[in-house]
Design a protein around this ligand. Structure first.
Ligand SMILES: NC(=O)c1ccc[n+]([C@@H]2O[C@H](COP(=O)([O-])OP(=O)(O)OC[C@H]3O[C@@H](n4cnc5c(N)ncnc54)[C@H](O)[C@@H]3O)[C@@H](O)[C@H]2O)c1
Length: 253
């Protein structure tokens, strides 16, 4: 296997399970050193153990991305411990439950909480880590969603705003040679997506795909590693779809 991330340092948010864990395991397989964070400590430690079992150097930090002081304190620790950070994967997000159903009727407090975690935290963390990412002329990946294309839920709105945030970040960070892209997954099997979506919803959404394939967290991690690698050195300011053609559903009725 190629080791595109040998001697590179990668920070992944939302690393307690699902997509974040898939990223951690793939980066570990390609020789990266890892910094893992999540608000949920148990899953985070499990991911750290899985990664260490591969012989990968890794630290794990509980961080609540809804709290600005948590973000700045954590980023300060990273900056003191490391001169450069090659990749930041802003994968954490609130994706299930009320946010994925509601649009009307949400309080201002709830809207702002969802925006804080899904849209603003990726920028605040990147900004706080900017000196070390700049030293590496590094890469930032934001985890969007195909729900951003037709945002009829609060979730979709936060991810549409994250796409816009990605364009802004790509322009502002480019002066430091930092690339910023987002990934728009379709429906991908993770423990959380299985637990929160009914099997009818899951099958209906999967049935809208042009390709009748089953999406996994590893499909997203594979794309993410490409975008984070030197092979993608000319790619920035992109929102890359990975959904087996699900966005074409409008044309097929
Ligand atoms: N699975 C899918 O089908 C799918 C599709 C499109 C986009 N996504 C996006 O991919 C990402 C991962 O999704 P997943 O399916 O693995 O779900 P998940 O719920 O397992 O992962 C999200 C992680 O974010 C963490 N998180 C939530 N709030 C946080 C906070 N305040 N501070 C720090 N961490 C916090 C959670 O603890 C969790 O570990 C999310 O951003 C989601 O929106 C997933």
């Amino acid at each position: 296997m190629t080791k595109r991330f040998a001697d590179r340092l990668v920070l992944i948010t939302g690393a307690a399970g699902g997509m974040g864990r898939a990223f951690a395991l793939r980066f570990a397989d390609e020789a990266a050193r890892l910094i893992l964070t999540d608000v949920e400590p148990q899953g985070l430690e499990e991911t750290a153990s899985l990664v260490r079992a591969k012989g990968t150097e890794c630290s794990a930090h509980r961080v609540n991305l809804a709290v600005e002081s948590d973000i700045s304190q954590f980023a300060g620790q990273v900056r003191s411990a490391h001169a450069r950070l090659d990749v930041l994967v802003n994968n954490a997000g609130i994706a299930y439950g009320e946010i994925a159903r509601a649009f009307e009727g949400l309080s201002q407090e709830k809207w702002l909480h969802y925006f804080n975690v899904n849209t603003v935290a990726p920028l605040l963390l990147a900004q706080a880590l900017r000196p070390v990412i700049a030293s590496a002329r590094g890469v930032i990946l934001n985890m969007s969603s195909m729900a951003s294309n037709v945002p009829a839920t609060a979730y979709g709105v936060t991810k549409a705003a994250l796409n816009a945030m990605t364009y802004g970040m790509a322009q502002v960070f480019a002066v430091d040679g930092i690339r910023v892209n987002a990934i728009e997954p379709g429906i991908m099997e993770t423990p959380a997506s299985r637990a929160h979506l009914s099997s009818e919803t899951y099958d209906r959404v999967q049935g809208q795909q042009a390709l009748k394939l089953h999406g996994t967290a590893d499909d997203i991690a594979a794309l993410g590693l490409f975008l984070a690698s030197d092979d993608a050195r000319f790619i920035t300011c992109e929102i890359v779809h990975c959904d087996a053609g699900n966005r074409l559903r409008g044309w097929r009725g």
